[in-house]
Design a protein around this ligand. Structure first.
Ligand code: KIV
Ligand code: NA
Length: 265
């Protein structure tokens, strides 16, 4: 099958075909997720939790992100590979972001993801103009957990909802290809998605009307030992194998049966 490119993503968005994304941290799972039809693999800095056992994503380094990106890239060929920029690897300046994004691209990433709203627009533009596709990430941004005061729903007040629209607009104008919306009310995510003209939205705890969905692999397989959020569904329940569970996830994203109302805010 043809590799998933920016062109293909734009087509999926235009045709209303939902994008199925999962996190992935190694080659064996990359091959498995590819076989199940997952469109995009995210080397998330959630590996700080799932792989390293930390209680946040803050300790993860860019070298560790590059290592896991290379592992994933060796395992598959069709899915688009998106790598998270780790905390502290892009906030200083566009030049710092470019230097560290380059290490992820050299490791096999085809897009980098970074957290933050309008204030990151200058950096997004800098990367995009230099050949690095960008996925932005707003709403609950786990690298800001201490500033946010916990892992809680965002965009609940009129003021923060308005800021979410402004952030999305600024990031789209700066050239971001994709926007992750995490833990925001479903209605708000629907409106933000509709307000955009080009950038596709990927939801996690953001309702079923975003252009795609993402979950942390260990959460959707029910193997994360910590607490999981309301938006998680354990696809291993009733599934005879990991492949069946992942295939069910892809199918549920495509037919919009996931997320169901009980997974939404
Ligand atoms: O690190 C991660 O896994 C993520 C997704 C949950 C969006 O950023
Ligand atoms: Na992340």
């Amino acid at each position: 099958e043809r590799p998933v490119t920016l062109h293909e993503l734009a087509k999926m968005r235009a045709e209303g075909r939902k994008i199925a994304m999962l996190t992935c941290y190694d080659a064996s799972f990359a091959a498995l997720l590819e076989r199940c039809g997952v469109d995009m693999l995210l080397i998330g800095d959630s590996l700080g939790n799932t792989i390293q056992g930390h209680s946040s994503t803050l300790p993860v380094t860019i070298e560790q992100m590059a290592y896991h990106t290379a592992c994933v890239a060796r395992g598959c060929s069709r899915p688009m590979i998106v790598a998270d920029m780790s905390f502290g690897s892009y906030q200083e300046s566009p030049a710092q972001a470019m230097r560290n994004a380059a290490s992820l691209m050299a490791a096999g990433a085809q897009m980098v993801k970074l957290e933050g709203g309008a204030y990151m627009a200058e950096t997004v533009r800098f990367l995009v103009e230099r050949g690095v596709p960008v996925c932005a990430h707003i709403g609950l941004t786990p690298q800001s957990v201490h500033q946010l005061g916990g892992y809680r729903i965002q965009g609940k007040t009129d003021e923060s909802a308005r800021r979410l629209f402004e952030d999305a607009r600024a990031l789209e104008d700066a050239g971001a290809s994709l926007l992750t919306l995490e833990m925001v009310p479903a209605d708000l995510a629907t409106e933000v998605t509709r307000s955009l003209t080009r950038m596709a939205t990927i939801g996690i705890g953001a309702g079923k009307d975003t252009d795609g969905q993402v979950l942390v692999l260990h959460d959707m397989l029910g193997i994360y030992p910590g607490r999981t959020a309301r938006f998680v569904r354990n696809f291993m329940e009733g599934a005879p194998s990991i492949e069946a569970a992942v295939t069910a996830y892809v199918e549920a994203v495509r037919n919009q049966s996931f997320p169901a109302p009980e997974h939404c805010y």
